[in-house]
Design a protein around this ligand. Structure first.
Ligand code: GRG
Length: 304
C-alpha cells in the first residue's frame, strides 16, 4: 500500500471520498461474518458501521497522520477503530432508551432494522472491536504507541469523554438553567472528545513533539465546537431528505443548545470564528495542513 495517503494537490471533497473508500474497504475486511448463530450481531455491526456517513473522523486521522508521514496501513487501522466507536455511539444513541430515532444515515436505525437487543450487542461489539484493532501489530510496530492509542481512545470514548457527555446531555433535557459554559463542556465531552482523538491520533502514530500535539489539540478543540454548532443549526434549518436523520428534535425535546442560547445568526458567526481559530492553530504545519484547513471550513458549510 502506498505511503502517500492522497496525491499532492487533491482537493478536500476528493480526499474525503477517497477516505470513505479506503476506510470502508478496511472495515469490510475487519468485520467478516462468521457462519454460526452469532452471525446476526456481525451483520448488525456491518449494517451500522458501513452505512453511508461522512467518514469525517477517519479523514482527520489520515490527515493528521499525513503530517508526520505515517504509513497508510497504520493510519487506516486507527481510522477504522474511531469509525467503529462513532458507529457504536450512534446505534446506542438511537435506541428507545435514549433518542428513540427511526432514521440514521438515510436508513432505518439499527434497532429498527434488527431489534433492540441486537442493536445493544452490535454497539458493544463495535466498541470492543475498536480496541482489538488498535492493539493489532498492523496498527504500529511499537507496542508503546499501540498502548498510548488504546489509553487515549478509552479516555475520549469513556465516562471522562463521550459517555460522560451523553449522561450530561440526557440530564440537561430537564434543566433550563444551563449557560453557554455548561453547554460548551457538554459538547466538548460528547462530540469533541472523539474529534480530538482523531486529530491527535496522527501525532501519536508519528511520535510528534509536544508542541505539535498541542497545536493539533487546539485545532481539534475549535473544530469540535464548530462541528457541534453546525449540527445544532442543521437541527433547526436542515432537511431530513438531505441530512438522513430527523430534524427539529432538539426543540421538540426542549434541549438547551448553542442555537437556543445564541440564536441562529450569532451561532453562525461563532462557528465561523471557531473555524478561523482552528485554522490559525495549524500554522506550524504550513502547507502540509491544507486539507485540515479545508476540513474546518467543510464542517460549518456541510448540509449533512
Ligand atoms: C450512546 C455513549 C453514547 C454516546 C452517544 C455522539 C453521540 C453520543 C450521539 C450522537 C447524537 C448526535 C446527533 C450528536 C451530534 C453530533 C454528531 C456526533 C453527529 C453525527 O456525526 P456525523 O455528522 O455523522 O459525523 P456521520 O453519519 O456523517 O458519521
Amino acid at each position: 500500500m502506498s505511503d502517500t495517503i492522497w496525491p499532492a494537490g487533491m482537493d478536500f471533497a476528493a480526499a474525503l471520498a477517497a477516505t470513505a473508500k479506503l476506510t470502508d474497504d478496511s472495515l469490510d475486511k475487519l468485520i467478516p461474518v462468521p457462519p454460526d448463530l452469532e452471525a446476526r450481531v456481525f451483520e448488525a455491526m456491518r449494517y451500522a458501521v458501513l452505512a453511508p456517513g461522512k467518514r469525517l473522523r477517519p479523514f482527520l486521522v489520515l490527515a493528521s497522520a499525513q503530517l508526520f508521514s505515517v504509513a497508510t496501513r497504520s493510519a487506516l487501522q486507527v481510522a477504522c477503530a474511531i469509525e467503529m466507536v462513532h458507529a457504536y455511539s450512534l446505534v446506542h444513541d438511537d435506541l428507545p432508551a435514549m433518542d428513540n430515532s427511526d432514521l440514521r444515515r438515510g436508513r432505518p436505525t439499527c434497532h429498527k432494522a434488527f431489534d433492540d437487543a441486537t442493536a445493544v450487542l452490535a454497539g458493544d461489539g463495535l466498541l470492543t472491536m475498536a480496541f482489538e484493532v488498535l492493539a493489532q501489530p498492523d496498527t504500529h510496530g511499537d507496542p508503546g504507541v499501540r498502548c498510548e492509542l488504546v489509553a487515549t481512545l478509552a479516555q475520549a470514548a469513556g465516562a471522562p469523554g463521550m459517555v460522560g457527555g451523553q449522561m450530561f446531555d440526557l440530564l440537561a433535557e430537564h434543566r433550563a438553567d444551563l449557560d453557554i459554559g455548561a453547554i460548551t463542556r457538554l459538547q466538548r465531552m460528547k462530540t469533541g472528545a472523539l474529534i480530538a482523538f482523531s486529530c491527535e491520533a496522527g501525532a501519536i502514530l508519528g511520535k510528534a513533539s509536544q508542541e505539535q500535539r498541542l497545536a493539533l489539540r487546539g485545532y481539534a478543540h475549535d473544530l469540535g465546537l464548530a462541528f457541534q454548532i453546525a449540527d445544532d443549526l442543521l437541527d433547526v434549518e436542515g432537511d431530513t431528505g438531505v441530512t438522513g436523520k430527523p430534524v427539529g428534535q432538539d426543540a421538540a425535546a426542549g434541549k438547551t443548545t448553542f442555537v437556543s442560547i445564541l440564536g441562529v445568526e450569532r451561532a453562525r458567526a461563532q462557528a465561523a470564528l471557531l473555524v478561523t481559530q482552528a485554522v490559525a492553530h495549524l500554522e506550524p504545519f504550513e502547507a502540509k495542513a491544507d486539507l485540515l484547513r479545508a476540513a474546518a471550513r467543510f464542517v460549518v458549510d456541510r448540509q449533512t
